[in-house]
Ligand binder design. Structure first.
Ligand code: KG4
Ligand code: ZN
Length: 350
């Protein structure tokens, strides 16, 4: 419902289908979240202990319609009130990405609205600007099920990657660790819960690359270290091992982020904040440790609320709105892509 007598508000709808969450969000330029509908596919993937791409794509297709209608109802607007339609076009599981991208393009074509192809990582990267109005440039630690990266966020579409994982993503380490400890899927929240009853110093698990130069991450040695301990213990001390794994992960993230902050300071690159995004940012132990690190550098540590840290449509809508505000829209032949590094050049969007 457009407001009478006032400048019409700029509403953008965002679609997220790149992994196992089907999500639709609507935001406006005044940072209001008007709709945030998320349908998780947990029950579909649970029997397999991980996301099955074909099942994910089919489930997105089944649910997207209802979620879009629900989101428009929540926002009390209709398609014609939208200023633009954004969809995650990568990186991610390509079948699912295509479902969301095709839906977004079709809606934009029917309603004659601009279409914005959103990079999923950019959506995570810009969420802190929606929730906390963080100014550029800032350091971003992106920690999710598929990614573990440190990025200097200089502006919309302007990123410098400082480091990335050389093997597993940090969320994968939580998920695989939880599986080894019999904690089920998804592992992150289950492992955090189990860790509450354990001692984080009980087992001295490996911290790969800690103390070494650079900002890259590695988790495979930690996973192996955990497996070796589980093989020698009967019964497995689940709580202590969960807590020790969580402490080791927090230590690794602290060490690598500390290096990035030192590197930027050396280059006289001043930043406004340390922003932590992605599903793993919901973890309280990790948040506390990174907040302490940011404090030593006299910058705030900004972490969006948990519901906006895990995959959602609001972050896609917001990234779309930021792009739209800069006149950055995309054509309907924009190709979905399974891989799409955030620091690729603007020309790579074609
Ligand atoms: O960002 P996200 O929802 O999806 C991806 O783009 O990957 O992140 C999902 C990941 C999963 O690996 C999940 O186990 C992890 O985030 N996660 C957590 C917590 N909540 C979710 N990891 C640690 N502690 C948590 N509380
Ligand atoms: Zn994500």
């Amino acid at each position: 419902m457009a407001q009478e007598g006032k400048k019409p508000r700029m509403y953008v709808l965002g679609l997220e289908t790149s992994c196992d969450e089907t999500a639709v969000g609507i935001v406006d330029e005044q940072r209001h979240i008007l709709a945030n509908r998320v349908a998780t596919q947990l029950t579909e993937h649970k029997p397999y202990g991980g996301v099955v791409p074909e099942i994910a794509a089919r489930a997105h297709l089944d649910r997207l319609d209802d979620l879009i209608h629900g989101a428009l109802d929540d926002a009390k607007i209709s398609l014609v009130d939208l200023a633009g339609i954004a969809a995650t076009c990568g990186p991610g599981l390509i079948g699912g990405v295509m479902v969301g991208a095709m839906m977004g393009k079709s809606m934009a074509a029917v309603a004659k609205k601009p279409f914005i192809a959103v990079n999923h990582l950019e959506a995570h990267a810009l969420t802190a600007r929606l929730t906390n109005d963080v100014a550029f440039p800032y350091l971003l630690l992106l920690i999710s099920g598929g990614h573990c990266q440190l990025l200097l966020v200089k502006g919309v579409g302007d990123y410098r990657r400082l480091g990335t994982t050389i093997d597993d993503a940090v969320g994968e380490c939580f998920d695989k660790g939880a599986k080894l400890l019999g904690l089920g899927y998804p592992g992150g929240p289950a492992l955090e819960e189990a860790a509450k009853k354990g001692d984080g110093r009980a087992f001295d698990l490996p911290r790969p690359l800690r103390g070494r130069a650079g900002c890259d991450f590695s988790f495979s040695g930690l996973k192996t270290g955990l497996r070796q301990v589980t093989e020698t213990k009967n019964p497995i001390p689940v709580a202590d091992l969960a807590a020790s794994l969580q402490t080791a992960i927090a230590d690794i993230l602290f060490d690598r982020t500390q290096n990035a902050l030192a590197m930027l300071a050396e280059e006289n690159e001043s930043i406004t904040a340390l922003v932590v995004a992605g599903g793993v940012a919901a973890n309280q132990t990790i948040r506390r440790s990174l907040a302490a690190l940011a404090a030593t550098h006299c910058i705030p540590c900004v972490v969006p609320p948990p519901a906006l840290c895990t995959d959602n449509g609001v972050m896609v809508a917001w990234a779309g709105l930021e792009r739209l505000g800069l006149g950055l829209t995309d054509s309907f032949d924009f190709a979905s892509r399974p891989r799409w590094p955030l620091d690729s050049k603007a020309t790579d969007r074609a």
